[in-house]
Design a protein around this ligand. Sequence first.
Ligand SMILES: Cc1ncc(COP(=O)(O)O)c(C=O)c1O
Length: 569
Amino acid sequence: MIDYVLASSIVLAILLVPRLWARILLSRAKHRTLQGHPRLALLLARSVPAYAYGEEEFFGGDQAPAEVVRSRRSGFEHLASELRERAPRTLELSAELEGSLSDLAFVNAYRVPFQYRDYAKAHLRIGSVAARSDGPRVQDLDGNWTYDLGGAYGVNLFGTDFYKRCIDRGVERARELGLVLGAYHPIVAENVARLKAISGMDEVSFHMSGTEAVMQATRLARFHTGRSHAVRFAGAYHGWADGIQAGVGNPRPVKEIYTLREMDPRSLEALAARKDIACVLVNPIQAMSPNAAPASDSTLLASDRSAHYDKARYRAWLEDLREICTQKRMVLIFDEVFLGFRLALGGVQEYFGVRADMVTYGKTLGGGLPVGVVCGRRDLMRRFRDDRPADFCFARGTFNSHPYVMSTMNEFLRALDAPEIRKTFEGLEARWDTRARHLNQRLIDADCPVRVQNMVSVWTTLYTRPSRYNWMFQYYLRAEGLSLSWIGTGRFIFSHDLTDADFEHIVVRFTSAARRMRNDGWWWSDPALSNASIKRRVLMEMLRARLGRATSDRSTPPEAGEAEPCGTS
Ligand SMILES: Cc1ncc(COP(=O)(O)O)c(C=O)c1O
């Protein structure tokens, strides 16, 4: 009897210990921030109470002296009237749209931290309508030209004129066939051949957005491996599909996705120990800020945004992932929807010298029209099995391979052979690094606590001195004629046709916006102020709001904490 119990215990232990160990490794591989715990983040997000700063808190929430508060007020009023008077028609149509266009209402709600939202929205209005573009500039309905640093969400790689040409020619070439779906326009054959050559893969599928391409790639990986889970890395965006986007923003807690630490050996250990992982998704833009979500000004309550890009380290990380995925037969998917073609003609695979099993593309590849593409190994792309005919992996889409999209994409793909486009890739990294250094030097010279960090032509803004007001910078940039995407100063996306002369105009405007913001007093800061103390205070406000107490408690002592060194300015 004892022997039987002992033997059963040993068998049980042999069965359970590896599982337990795999579970422990998985826990260790989760990033310690909320980015690494999407379910917890979702729970906490639901309990954050709404509260808004009144005027007093809005201008002096950091206990700035009276003269600084006065200067902020007058700067704010000046800025608000400048933005208002300059673009009345644009603002009027934008406001009308916001009432009925859900997307715009959402975007506008997340331009600044929610505590500042009501007051900022009531006074600082910026337009969301554009009438025309010319090179790197866009014009609003009132005739104002601004430099567009939003980069059409990354689509605009070669300049707006380039995409106008692609669309015009594409429409011309597809016209004869017109809207015939189901049968393919012959141009599809050339697109497939070119995409195979670029990606080094065997097969291609066309979809209507990057989100769909990622959905299809992960579905195929599950189909072929027979495994349940996909891995994404903390903070990485892969579109908004229900089964992929985990955490805040998706009301449904996502099962069957593991969110692990990027660039961390603990993730490799966790991957090695598991048997349920179908695929590993990588979004290489995370090289700039691993484990952090895209830096949005709506969460910019302190100055602790960070970014640093180390190409060699990221390459080594991709090589490690490649090795473990090969060993464990997990499908390695490079999600190149954003960065494909921006870093090298052969995309991220060529740029880092690491090969994936599947690659997703989108954005710029459509030549200006919407698209998503999956390229992959034949054994992974097949949607059916010869040996089990009733078991297949369904994927269709009415507008897949739309003739106009295919012909416009063909213009884009052919253009990659053009000498003038090839030339833009020569000395690419050095050019953009030099430009970033140049702007940083100008910011240092101007004694402003702002810096930029870049991964080639994708930039982010960093703030070197603790402050609650950095989110105001987006409005100063706008007033100086620089348009940003809705996440504000967290991401600038440049097109590669930008001339040195245009870049210099941007530098002048950027520096002047920073100088203006500094002169208006927004970057005044008590030496005792630190990012930690700002965050502690905000946390206390939230707790008070949760308990139903007033937030503008002026009896609160000035923020004091471990003083952080001011930046280099
Ligand atoms: C890496 C990545 N994957 C997927 C997507 C989703 O693409 P789309 O917006 O076309 O659905 C994006 C969009 O920004 C992206 O950056």
